[in-house]
Design a protein around this ligand. Structure first.
Ligand code: HEM
Length: 457
């Protein structure tokens, strides 16, 4: 999962350079008053610094991008020309802002709104317990339909689940981390990015996590059980591995915790939100899924692991796959080459960022057929490999290869359980106030929330 919103290096370094220059000028003026030889020393130092800064900026914003551009074009790759100082970023931001300024029709052809710039480039250049209880208490006084925004509801639910299972903490304890990570992810125009605030947020998150990790380490060292949540298992196995190179440092453990908090909460809440939105648009699939859930668990039994495994070939699973295809929570995967790499006969020099737009592949009619933008869970009836034309491997909402999502089974189990419990007890439809407006804030969010009308059955 991409975890950190990218900060804009240009803004950052400009500010740094200016500050250094001012500080040096003041120091130089003071020095000039006292001693001529110190004065020339300062001037020399200043000249070296200015020359170094100019070279650094030229290399970073002009020479290196141009070098990489030439190396790729020489091998037949096409694309937009590099534009000083930030390549496509400005155009990308402009197209995103334009797309986000208006909602879309309630249909599933969402790529032009979610990734307008990537789509343009590709075209131009080539190929539940908590929720259930809360909803029931809201509906307890009457059987009248009730409107609620499921987006924050599912954020609370999945935040609570990952806090308990991974960190043995409650949602309340994890809440500050989620709030801060949410602020980190907020979209801001490049020029308004506040790097100092970003550093403060990072510092606060790391402070909370360091406290949690150190408290647990002390408990384990004094002989208390490590607990069978993810943090306990991680720390116990780390301590068992002795002092060798396999041992993670506290910083490593903190980084892992950040990733799990973010990946565990954000992605699954997005999946559940889009699933209810889509089932609100397609009541026939909602009914079908409910029938199957009721056949397996009845109206009152809590969904259990065995029953959920029996739903593997049923509509619930096909529905979740089809939602992950049309609305993949992680819309793109990014990689940066750290050395010259050969991929598909092309040599990518070190420093190239490769972006794999999952959502564009998931919406490609050449792969999925003419009905690509339709919600058709039955395309997964014979499993994932048979869902595409000529069995092309083109479904990867959880990534692929060595960095494939470590939490995919956990996420699907959680989503099936939540969905089953909702379908057992409620029917729902989209509220007339719902506006279809998917957009990315690292993952694929509903820009104006997801109000639905729920009714007890
Ligand atoms: C619908 C839910 C989820 C989706 C769509 C999803 C998607 C992804 C994707 C696409 C990646 C690969 C990122 C890359 O290659 O750059 C990934 C990695 C990861 N995910 Fe998930 N994820 C989901 C749920 C979860 C959950 C619930 C957890 C934790 C319990 C989790 C933990 C992780 C971790 C730790 C990684 C990094 C793995 C590594 O780098 O080795 N994910 N996820």
């Amino acid at each position: 999962m991409p975890t950190q919103p990218a900060t804009h290096p240009a803004g950052n370094s400009t500010v740094l350079l200016a500050t250094t220059y001012t500080a040096l000028s003041v120091a130089a003026a003071a020095a000039a008053a006292s001693s001529p030889s110190l004065w020339s020393l300062f001037m020399g130092l200043l000249a070296v610094l200015v020359a170094w800064g100019a070279y650094w900026a030229a290399e970073r914003y002009w020479l290196r991008p141009r070098r990489l551009d030439r190396a790729l074009r020489a091998q037949g790759l096409t694309g937009t020309e590099y534009r000083f100082p930030a390549g496509d970023l400005v155009e990308n931001a402009r197209l995103n802002e334009e797309a986000r300024s208006k909602p879309m029709k309630p249909c599933h052809d969402v790529v032009p709104r979610v990734l307008p710039h990537v789509l343009h480039t590709v075209k131009e250049h080539g190929t539940l317990i908590v929720v259930k209880d809360r909803w029931e208490s809201k509906l307890a006084s009457s059987d009248a339909p009730y409107e609620l925004d499921i987006w924050p509801e599912f954020q609370n639910l999945t935040g609570d689940v990952i806090s308990r299972t991974a960190f043995g903490s409650s949602f309340l304890e994890g809440r500050r981390i989620f709030q801060l990570q949410g602020e980190q992810a907020e979209p801001r125009p490049l020029i308004r990015r506040n790097n100092r605030r970003m550093n403060e947020i990072n510092g606060e998150i790391e402070g909370i996590l360091r406290g949690m990790v150190e408290k647990r380490e002390r408990a384990i060292e004094s002989g208390e059980a490590s607990g069978n949540d993810l943090l306990g298992l991680l720390l116990q196995s780390n301590m068992d591995s002795g002092k060798g190179s396999l041992r993670l440092s506290t910083e490593d453990v903190i980084e892992e915790c950040k990733l799990f908090y973010f990946a565990g909460m954000e992605t699954t809440s997005v999946l559940l939100t889009w699933t209810l939105v889509v089932l609100g648009m397609h009541p026939e699939w909602q009914d079908r899924a409910r029938e199957e859930v009721l056949a397996v668990f009845g109206k009152d039994d809590k969904p259990n692991f065995d029953g959920l495994s029996r739903l593997k070939t049923a509509s619930v699973t096909m529905i979740l796959y089809e939602v992950l295809r049309l609305y993949p929570p992680a819309v793109t995967l990014n990689r940066r080459t750290f050395k010259d790499m050969q991929i598909g006969g092309i040599t990518y020099p070190a420093g190239v960022i490769l972006e794999l737009p999952i959502i564009v592949v998931h919406h490609n009619p050449d792969v999925w057929g003419k009905d690509v933008h339709e919600f058709k869970p039955q395309r997964f009836a014979e499993g994932i490999s048979k869902a595409t034309k000529d069995d092309q491997p083109a479904f990867f909402p959880f990534g692929r290869g060595p960095r494939i999502c470590i939490g995919q089974n956990f996420a699907l189990l959680e989503a099936k359980m939540a969905l089953s419990m909702i379908l057992q007890r409620f029917e729902f439809q989209l509220s007339p106030s719902y506006t279809h407006a998917p957009y990315t804030v690292i993952t694929l969010h509903p820009q104006h929330g997801a109000p639905i009308i729920v009714k007890k059955i």
